[in-house]
Design a protein around this ligand. Structure first.
Ligand code: ZN
Length: 143
């Protein structure tokens, strides 16, 4: 493993506010403070808990114990939010986040209720913008 890879900071989600933060390698075994909500966090514990989650993918670590994948979704919260607000009745934000079944359900319900169910997608769009929704892999959305 190269030195640059060893020194790469971890990007982890806060367990309280779900916002992403960068943690220097030398701090991962210490208690750090979330810059967004001031919650005290143990980066190593967040990684361990994420790896235990049944449906979590991409939390593998390499032989030196460093995560091989980002713990933040490559899907963007603003894109998901705007899709939900403007096209939420069609399930667009759900398709974007990888939830095909729920997206289809929203699409069908919107037609079946003559548009009343589009509120569901609209509200989820706001939740995406607020950082309250995760993608199909359980990862917080990127900023
Ligand atoms: Zn936080």
């Amino acid at each position: 493993m190269s030195d640059t890879n060893r020194q790469r900071p971890w990007i982890i989600p806060c367990s309280k506010c779900s916002q992403s933060m960068s943690v220097a390698i030398e701090h991962v075994n210490l208690v750090v403070t979330c810059p967004h909500c001031a919650q005290s966090l143990e980066p190593w514990r967040i990684l361990s808990e994420a790896r235990r989650r049944e449906n979590a993918r991409g939390f593998d670590v390499d032989s030196a114990g460093y995560p091989t994948h980002s713990m933040i979704s490559s899907r963007n919260k603003v894109i998901a939010g705007l899709l939900g607000i403007f096209l939420g009745g069609l399930g667009a934000h759900r398709f974007y986040l990888g939830y095909f079944g729920i997206g289809m359900l929203q699409l069908i319900l919107s037609f079946a209720t003559c548009g009343i169910a589009t509120f569901w997608g609209f509200i989820e769009g706001i939740l995406c913008l607020a950082g309250q929704m995760r993608d199909v892999d359980g990862l917080p959305l990127s900023d």
